[in-house]
Design a protein around this ligand. Structure first.
Ligand SMILES: [Zn+2]
Length: 258
């Protein structure tokens, strides 16, 4: 109670929104307990987020337009979930003082008409996203996707990074840990990759988050719910904040020495 009383005067719109959106009510009782524990012990960082202020983050909502991405149970489309989560993540990052660049903010892809005519829409889309990223120096890149599998049994969020990118691996590790604490139960761990177009071309903390399988009935159900989408976004935001707070921690000894 004492903690809450200290925090209340600093309560921002973001935190109020979390309470209203029922962030602390998870799909499973153990998830709820984990959320409450994490949030109350870290309420200060959620509210103040010194790690993210002034950072430029690219939020990439996977697919869009004619590319609906994977199709899940009940014909749920990946592109709709990724866009909804990307918007929510963007809002959290804005509240934390970050500059956010979205590769897309509406239901469209980034291929040009010329790409379509030449039947290279997919590559054109990826190049269009890279163009958005390279327009300015950035501090982090997060691509949001949903997974799909032939078997409905496959489930769980998983974060991918480029095998040779240590910063990406570090952010992926933090995000995977956060996913395990707050989202639907999973034993999945981070996965290295050598082929993803965007991750191969972006330096620094760059990850692709598969936020769950839309071919798994339970996960598809939750991924379509605004409250769960909000929880996914908040979890990604917390991971980004932890990453940058960790960066500033590791820089502190250097300051002391000089
Ligand atoms: Zn995808």
């Amino acid at each position: 109670m004492t903690t809450w009383l200290k925090v209340l005067p600093k309560m921002t719109g973001m935190f109020s929104a979390l309470l209203m959106l029922g962030f602390f009510v998870g799909p499973q009782s153990n998830v709820m307990a984990a959320c409450v524990q994490t949030s109350s012990s870290q309420a200060g960082s959620v509210l103040q987020t010194p790690g993210l202020a002034g950072k430029t983050i690219v939020v990439d909502a996977g697919h869009g337009g004619s590319d609906s991405g994977a199709r899940g149970v009940s014909s749920v489309q990946e592109k709709k979930i990724t866009l909804a989560v990307a918007h929510k993540l963007t809002n959290y990052l804005h509240e934390a003082g970050a500059t956010v660049v979205m590769t897309r903010s509406t239901d469209k892809d980034l291929a040009t008409e010329d790409d379509r005519m030449r039947k290279r829409r997919h590559m054109g889309d990826l190049k269009g996203r890279l163009d958005v990223v390279t327009k300015q120096p950035i501090d982090a890149f997060v691509s949001v996707h949903c997974n799909a599998a032939p078997s409905p049994a496959w489930h769980g969020a998983q974060v991918l990074y480029l095998r040779t990118n240590d910063d990406g691996k570090q952010l992926a590790t933090l995000m995977q840990q956060a996913f395990q604490q707050t989202l639907l139960s999973t034993k999945r761990s981070i996965q290295s990759n050598q082929t993803l177009y965007l991750l191969k071309r972006i330096e620094g903390p760059a990850v692709l988050a598969e936020i769950g399988f839309i071919t798994n009935p339970e996960e598809a159900h939750w991924l379509q719910k605004e409250s769960y989408q909000d929880k996914v976004a908040l979890t990604m935001y917390v991971a980004l904040n932890r990453y940058f707070e960790g960066q500033s921690d590791t820089q502190k000894p250097k300051t002391v020495l000089t």
